[in-house]
Design a binder for this molecule. Structure first.
Ligand code: ATP
Ligand code: MG
Length: 389
């Protein structure tokens, strides 16, 4: 294979004792995402090397892998000083810079010119052919020449990787995924920190449409590009939601509905061995997200709930959503179960005792069981046909 890509691990290097597990998982994740490409992967404590044939396509895929700090495309030449000279000059001619430095690493000791001398020969050749200067302390451009048994690899620029941790290092989280802007961003940020996601979506047909569901699946598919094996649990919420509207005073329906969502989410999270629930709540965004509301809603469970966008402004969340390409999908106008029958004056300081009193008027446990028993599980998002883009 002709091309070689070098992967730098980034934040992994700080995790000494877990290093091996991290690197092995990163390699596994890379193998999964490169499925269908011709490639070979090798790694040690500091680096990973990928040999491949289709470098552009491979690099594009690697840009979506968390745990990669830097991606470097190496150019392979035969190990002789003339070929190295020509390749270095060719690469530098494409760049704009004032100063440079050559850094040679000679792993193949059968090559009989020592590293320092290679630096001098190649540096001298560049100086003769280009209007530039050497700066060994902080060059604008650093040319690395790695002389290895299988050939010599030359590289300059580093493409920035996504950073974060390899997906799965933290185990699984259950993302409450709606069609809105916030929850896909919350999911993406959790994946970034190594959480493997499973999603759940509450639908209330016929009050919510098939388009609303397809929108959620499309969002799931976009974040799945960073994760790979996301499942979506679609929960039939109609009966439970209708029971709430019949039995609970208007101003408390949203609070109670969200308490029910948390109860169902906890049950499903435990069933699927998730360690946390994740959602897109953001402090103060709506009546159900005041700190008092969040406390009243959260009080139905001891299960940990992570809110990655809790302290972000809406505009900051939108920025990420736009970069992620979820924004244009999220703003499509299909109603979610949270937006149907919105009360005019939802309570902003709900009282937990009142919540408990209103809930005691109907048998919600039976309805929660029904939700759990009738979940529709959607796997294989890669083959999802509900493309709204
Ligand atoms: P928006 O971006 O418009 O605020 P949202 O999805 O954040 O949309 P909210 O009403 O703010 O909507 O809901 C808060 C959080 O509750 C969501 O981020 C999501 O995690 C969860 N949630 C809301 N509706 C649903 C639903 N139908 N299914 C699953 N989770 C939901
Ligand atoms: Mg929101």
């Amino acid at each position: 294979m002709d091309d070689l890509i070098l992967i730098k691990y980034g934040e992994l290097t700080t995790k000494k004792q877990n290093r091996k597990t991290f690197i092995k998982l990163l390699a596994d994740n890379i193998k999964k995402i490169l499925d269908g490409e011709e490639f070979n992967i090798k790694f040690d404590r500091v680096r990973m090397y990928i040999e491949c044939n289709n470098v552009d396509s491979v690099v594009n895929k690697l840009k979506k892998v968390f745990g990669i700090h830097g991606i470097v495309i190496c150019h392979k030449v035969n190990t002789n000083i003339e070929d190295i000279k020509l390749k270095v000059l060719e690469l530098l001619k494409k760049e704009t810079f004032n100063t440079f430095k050559i850094n040679t690493k000679r792993a193949d000791k059968t090559f009989n010119i020592p590293s320092m001398e290679v630096n001098n020969i190649i540096g001298g050749y560049v100086l003769k052919n280009l209007n530039t200067k050497v700066d060994v302390k902080s060059p604008d451009i650093l040319v690395t020449i790695e002389i290895r048994v299988e050939g010599t690899f030359i590289y300059t620029n580093e493409i920035k990787g996504l950073g974060g941790y390899p997906v799965g290092i933290q185990g699984k989280g259950m993302l409450m995924l709606s069609g809105g802007i916030d929850s896909p961003v919350a999911g993406y940020l959790s994946i970034k920190r190594g959480v493997d996601l499973e999603c759940l979506y509450f639908e209330s047909p016929p009050h919510t449409s098939i388009e609303a569901k397809n929108k959620v699946l499309t969002l799931a598919r976009i974040i799945n590009e960073y994760s790979g094996n996301i499942k979506v649990n679609v929960i039939p919420f109609t009966k439970l939601q209708e029971a709430i509207y019949i039995n609970v005073p208007d101003n408390y329906v949203i609070t109670i509905m969200r308490r029910m969502m948390y109860r169902v989410s906890e049950r499903l999270a435990k069933k699927h061995k998730c360690k946390v629930i994740i959602n897109g709540e953001s402090i103060g965004q709506v009546a159900s997200q005041t700190l008092t509301s969040m406390a009243a809603i959260n009080s139905v469970t001891n299960f940990p709930v992570i809110r990655p966008v809790a302290c972000m402004d809406k505009l900051e969340i939108i920025d990420i959503a736009k970069k992620l390409n979820t924004y244009d999908i999220s703003i499509l106008p299909y109603e979610d179960c949270c937006t149907i029958f919105l009360p005019e004056h939802p309570v902003i300081n709900p009282d937990i005792d009142k919540c408990i009193k209103y809930e005691s008027t109907f048998d919600y446990e039976a309805l929660i069981n029904e939700c759990i028993d009738n979940v529709e599980v959607i796997t294989n998002l890669k083959e999802d046909k509900s493309d709204l883009l």
